[in-house]
Design a protein around this ligand. Structure first.
Ligand code: G3I
Length: 384
């Protein structure tokens, strides 16, 4: 059943974080934050303060940026160890001053690691990687207690992604990073994060499960995982959004491993549906139904958006013009905002968990598949 008339009143008491505070379980409602708009735009800071109880630094806490990417030559190994925490501190200190939880993102990600690592021997790389984890976690110890330790180590087909760490240190680099992170701060909550892993019975979704099950079996100190949730309503094949059932079952089996699970980088692209009415329907349904499905599992403790206003979204820089978030460019609530708030509010004490969402099946009693109004058919050549 689809519900499209989410309630539209914008009094503070009904912010996302307020809805989360009234829930029958702990819910992090977080968002990625950039230091520039945080300092330059009062509406950005005010919306952040009102709506979210947690934040993650979108870019400036990664290895390359911490070494002064753009200012320093990161092809020169002399840059290693030359940390500048200024931009990251702006966001982290603002969050703590405003009583927000902070998640550290990300200690080990090949995309934003300094290119000079290529020049190192395997032993030198092992040393610098360990020192990087100790240095950054040491600097933020007591301020950041939850960390994305490793990000996107899996390739789209579920194999280990080819990157500098795999090439020089072998598959055990992931395990090593978690053990070093635990040594650096034994009280920290340590997470593995990846994309396109939200659906059960998919190559990458299954590889994600088996990677985590293997780490748990080896008693590696890992406490949870993040599934990014960069959803594309017009996606087909492995880019197709999961149904609530597929997401719920994926989270259930991860929870059965003793892990916490969060949706870590949610945004919902719709522009490729090329139909404004369908775009709104799809975005509302995804923000509502997939969030209900995720939070309906005990192990799911958080929903983190990858930004909150369409004014500041990586999608427009990386893909194409789109409006994937819940506030428009003027920080006005979009229909997707109310859909998300209703999803969180449906976990309020006394509410009916599930809020009418199809959680155990993909097809409802009328024979309609979830999302049938807007889901795109598989292109001919993808129907094998
Ligand atoms: O801050 C500088 C600005 O001063 C400069 O004028 C501008 C033009 O070069 O660049 C700005 O820095 C950009 C930064 O985003 C802030 O907007 C960097 O060039 C750009 O590389 C950086 O991209 C970030 C990317 O990760 C790399 O860190 C995106 O914002 C961020 O959304 C993206 O996030 C990743 C997650 O970490 C992992 N999962 C996928 C997700 C999307 O790619």
């Amino acid at each position: 059943m689809t519900r499209n008339n989410y309630h539209n009143n914008n009094d503070n008491h009904d912010s996302l974080s307020h809805a989360a505070s009234r829930a029958c379980k702990h819910i992090d409602i977080g968002t990625a934050v950039l230091p520039q708009p945080l300092q330059a735009e009062s509406l950005y800071a005010a919306t952040l303060q009102r709506e979210f109880n947690a934040i993650v630094v979108e870019h400036d806490l990664k290895w390359g940026p911490l070494l002064g990417e753009g200012q320093n030559d990161l092809n020169d190994i002399k840059c290693l160890g030359q940390y500048d925490f200024t931009q990251a501190d702006i966001v982290v200190n603002w969050a703590l001053q405003h009583d927000k939880k902070v998640k550290g993102h990300v200690l080990v990600w090949h995309v934003t690691s300094p290119p000079c690592l290529q020049q190192l021997t395997a032993e030198q790389l092992r040393e610098h990687l360990q020192r990087h984890i100790y240095t950054v976690m040491g600097y933020f110890r007591g301020r950041i207690r939850t960390w994305d330790v490793v990000n996107e180590a899996l390739a789209p087909d579920g194999s280990l992604a080819e990157n500098i760490f795999l090439q020089k240190l072998g598959p055990s680099y992931i395990e090593k990073c978690f053990r070093w992170a635990h040594q650096a701060d034994p009280d920290a909550v340590l997470l593995y994060n990846d994309n396109k892993v939200e659906a059960i019975d998919t190559p990458k979704g299954d590889a994600f499960y088996h990677l985590l099950a293997d780490l748990k079996a080896k008693q590696v100190p890992i406490h949870g995982c993040g599934m990014q949730g960069h959803f594309n309503a017009a996606g087909t094949g492995r880019n197709r959004p999961p149904t609530p059932r597929m997401l719920k079952q994926q989270i259930r089996r991860l929870g059965d491993l003793g892990l916490t699970v969060n949706l870590s980088e949610v945004d919902v692209r719709t522009s490729r549906l090329e139909n404004p009415v369908l775009e709104t329907v799809a975005q509302k349904q995804i923000y509502h139904d997939l969030v209900v499905a995720a939070l309906s599992e005990p192990s799911c403790d958080g929903i983190w958006l990858w930004g909150f206003s369409d004014k500041h979204t990586w999608v427009s820089h990386f893909y194409y013009d789109d409006q994937p978030l819940i506030f428009d460019e003027d920080y006005q609530q979009k229909p997707s905002y109310y859909a998300l708030r209703e999803a969180i509010a449906s976990f309020g004490v006394g509410s009916v968990v599930g809020n009418g969402v199809l959680l155990e099946e993909d097809v409802n009693v009328h024979g309609n598949t979830w999302g049938h109004e807007w889901m795109q058919p598989e292109p001919e050549d993808e129907i094998c």
